[in-house]
Design a protein around this ligand. Structure first.
Ligand code: ZN
Length: 473
């Protein structure tokens, strides 16, 4: 159902005047649609079922997942993965087998609803991989229940490999509790609660739960997986990469916030596309950034216990992560990372020096925080997998100079209506929204002064990702 905290209080004249108004009551979608007053885009949408699903996320389960992954001692991608090591419960192979068994267990509990798969390949020697090494990504597919929507995919990932102070060390402990057993635990917990929920009612689109290896050696696992997805023509609409989401217990941490990193200019943009982006002022409207704004919308709509903090940057300063592998193949992908990292607790061989305890140990992880991160991920995945696909071929008509703006788009299957969202060119997030029935909208707003997007909405109010229009001459 729709609701709104604010109503339009003045004509658009470059500066909007907003006045507080009584909220639309639940069930007011029809009247809201006819209301000529655009509302701010912080109008939250809540699906009670998704709210209930989030309550299933368990800090105890997440703690057990993280502690189990730590128990494999050293999950370096180049650590032993032969039968003996797996039997001894040590190394990356043992971790891989355990993750696979977890996915299979969830699948058993949902009547075989998950397809559990591996993506295995041999990486030839490179800087951080001294000899040919088999790398395995493990994933579970929750196939969409609507044949028309099932080829649309949303994906959550974390990396299960770890490292200590020496990238090539495979014997000393490399607990990797925060980096990135926490992200792996998010992927697993989303698989558990969303697969369970699907036994009552399937999500229309497909959700993939992924755990990759090779991140610490050079994003090798995610690179292979994203390339495979691209080659096979998978329609991945959103990738949520969780890396260092443990909420390290330490000074300066903010357990109420989660950073969301997204690229500005698309990695794959050609020179001609960069030129067009520059001329249209589209530097902050990559598909990945629209996904980040979608996550912000989810953060306003559901009480996940953690609020997204959008960072308009590909990743942390001069550092990288698995979402970039997906960006390189043209997929929308964002990275989630805790508010404040503690560098004594990542990529460190456990030890105490000068009274400082180093090491990425489970005791520094805030399991409640990881649970909240899992809830935000699950709400995003469930919303996108429930929503219609984004409208296609969205255009802004520019044949004649005009102070009004006309937008057109192609109908999206399953859409009950469409929302045009817009914001001032200097605003970080969508500010206003107006609902339309058809596939054409004229607004008395100058395209010179704002950025528009169009999204599809189903009868229950699930929103697609917004699409920024291309000019049509
Ligand atoms: Zn990491």
């Amino acid at each position: 159902m729709f609701s709104s905290k604010f109503a339009w209080g003045g004509a658009w004249m470059g500066v909007a005047v907003l006045t507080l108004a009584a909220p639309f009551c639940a069930g007011a979608a029809q009247s809201a649609e006819r209301d000529p007053a655009p509302r701010v885009a912080s109008d939250p949408h809540r699906d009670a079922r998704i709210g209930d699903i989030l309550k299933q996320a368990s800090p105890e389960r997440i703690q057990k997942t993280i502690e189990t992954l730590v128990s494999f001692n050293n999950r370096s991608t180049i650590s032993p993965q032969d039968e003996d090591a797996i039997r001894a419960g040590k190394g990356v192979g043992a971790a891989r087998e355990w993750i696979k068994a977890e996915f299979e267990r969830y699948s058993k509990e949902c009547g075989g609803c998950l397809e559990v798969k591996t993506d295995t390949f041999t990486e030839q020697p490179v800087a951080r991989i001294p000899k040919p090494t088999e790398i395995t990504n493990v994933y579970a597919v929750l196939r969409g229940g609507d044949p028309k929507e099932a080829d649309r995919i949303v994906l959550v990932t974390g990396h299960y490999d770890s490292r200590n102070s020496d990238t090539l060390n495979v014997t000393d402990p490399a607990p990797g509790a925060n980096d990135d057993a926490s992200g792996t635990a998010v992927s697993l917990e989303c698989a558990r609660i969303l697969s369970k929920a699907s036994t009552e009612k399937k999500f229309p689109a497909t959700i993939i739960f992924l755990a990759v290896a090779g991140e610490e050696q050079g994003l090798n696992g995610s690179k292979h997986f994203a390339e495979m997805a691209k080659q096979q023509g998978w329609k991945i609409e959103a990738v949520l990469n969780n890396d260092i989401v443990g909420g390290n217990r330490g000074a300066g941490q903010d357990a109420g916030r989660l950073r969301v990193f997204s690229e500005g200019l698309p990695t794959v943009a050609t020179d001609a596309e960069i030129k067009r982006i520059r001329s249209l002022g589209g530097e902050s409207d990559s598909p990945s950034r629209e996904l980040a704004r979608y996550v912000a919308d989810i953060g306003r709509s559901y009480n996940a216990g953690v609020k997204p903090l959008l960072i308009f940057r590909l990743d942390r300063f001069l550092r990288g992560g698995d979402h970039y592998s997906f960006n390189q193949q043209g997929f929308a992908a964002v990275r989630f990372t805790e508010f404040r990292e503690d560098f004594n607790h990542q990529h460190q061989t456990p030890r105490t020096e000068n009274g400082i305890e180093y090491g990425d140990l489970a005791k520094f992880v805030d399991f409640d925080y990881v649970t909240h991160v899992a809830q935000l991920n699950a709400a995003t995945l469930a919303s996108l997998a429930s929503a219609p696909g984004a409208p296609g071929n969205v255009k802004i008509l520019t044949k004649e100079l005009d102070n009004d703006t006309t937008l057109t788009w192609e109908a999206s299957p399953g859409a009950a209506a469409y929302e045009v969202v817009w914001r001032s060119t200097s605003a970080p997030d969508w500010e206003y929204v107006q609902t339309f029935d058809g596939t054409r909208a004229t607004l008395q707003i100058s395209k010179d002064n704002v950025i528009f997007g169009v999204r599809a909405v189903d009868a229950a109010g699930h929103r697609s990702l917004p699409v920024v229009p291309e000019p049509e001459r």
